[in-house]
Design a protein around this ligand. Structure first.
Ligand code: PHE
Length: 338
């Protein structure tokens, strides 16, 4: 009888019950009145007393085993069915929010792409800098107001460690490490110790451009910027260059683009018909020499623009603060993919 019990146990262990119907078949076969377990008990009664002692525990064990298998399967299957029943299949699907790029990234990527097409490669540099890379190597005289505590965030006084106030510092890093020809653009975040208002922030973003080779002329600079303006703001865009001053470029200019109001005058261009977009100039020979590039052999141009400023013109968002407030209602309106 013991081998019969073992056989039954083995049969059950090899069975897989996958539905309520199969479980019912199992119950009838093993646990019903006329089922196998009752039959075993009937047979057990007929055994001689010594054998009963031996077989008794085995019979009980078998009964417990079968009841366990039955209840476990029952629990599993009823959980599955109740899960199915709880789902309301008529409900609409869960709405998945798709993220969107930050408008500053969109503008930056678009500008990068335009200059990429002209053969400029992208590079970057550290935001925490020293005086040499931000000012001295860029020909800032020691008394220049831009070094003033008013504008610069100081991290350490001696040696002087500061937060870069413009991406022109990356020009210096590039010149240190690269032999001309150099044709690079350098996007990045910059910091200035200014009161936060709708028009200025203590941090913002710039893109710097640098081109150094033999015989680079002001005409090359002008044509490159005209190409950029037409690509970015539309093919009918005009540019105008106004003389300006930067310590690291000579001559220097500020560049305006024609306003969409076609010179009629509007709020955005303050009735001038022109919008300022960037600063530029021919790299000052002093800067080339400071950075071990022979200024008798090479010349170059540089330009720098504020990304927030370009974004303002593109999206007409006039409050610079909103770009860094992380308000999803604002950010989700930008769905560009670049
Ligand atoms: N670094 C200048 C600024 O922050 C912009 C600039 C870059 C001007 C390169 C000329 C050449 O205003």
């Amino acid at each position: 009888m013991i081998s019969q019990i073992n056989q039954i146990q083995q049969d059950i262990a090899s069975q897989i019950i996958t539905s309520i119907d199969e479980l019912e078949v199992f119950r009838i076969k093993y646990l019903s009145k006329k089922g196998i377990i009752n039959q075993i008990f009937e047979d057990f009664k007929l055994l001689p007393p010594e054998e009963k002692k031996q077989v008794g525990p085995k019979v009980n064990e078998l009964k417990d085993y079968i009841t366990d298998v039955y209840t476990n399967n029952k629990n599993n299957l009823s959980q599955e069915t109740s899960n199915i029943n709880k789902q309301d299949l008529s409900l609409p699907g869960d709405f998945q929010n798709t993220g969107s790029r930050h408008p500053i990234s969109l503008v930056k990527n678009e500008i990068n792409a335009i200059f990429n097409r002209l053969g400029f490669t992208i590079t970057d540099g550290p935001e925490i800098e020293d005086d040499w890379h931000v000012f001295s190597a860029l020909n800032f005289p020691p008394e220049h107001p831009a070094r003033d505590m008013q504008d610069t965030f100081f991290i350490n006084k001696t040696p002087e460690i500061i937060l870069r106030t413009h991406t022109s510092s990356v020009q210096v890093r590039v010149m240190e490490n690269t032999k001309p020809p150099i044709r690079m653009i350098m996007p990045g975040r910059v910091y200035r110790n200014e009161a936060i208002s709708a028009r200025s922030h203590c941090f913002f973003h710039q893109i710097e451009g640098l081109y150094i080779d033999k015989d680079v002329s002001f005409a090359d600079l002008k044509q490159t910027l005209l190409f950029f303006a037409k690509e970015y703001f539309g093919s009918s865009t005009k540019i105008r260059l106004r003389p300006s001053y930067f310590p690291f470029t000579e001559p220097s200019a500020e560049v305006d683009i024609s306003c969409n109001c076609n010179g009629k005058g509007c709020n955005l261009c303050k009735y001038t018909g022109w919008l300022e977009i960037l600063g530029c100039g021919m790299v000052d020979p002093n800067v080339l020499d400071y950075n071990n590039i022979d200024s008798k052999l090479y010349s170059g141009y540089a330009f720098g623009m504020g990304i927030e400023r370009i974004a303002l013109l593109k999206y007409n968002v006039k409050d610079i603060r909103i770009y860094s407030e992380n308000d999803v209602r604002f950010l989700s309106q930008f769905t560009g993919v670049i």
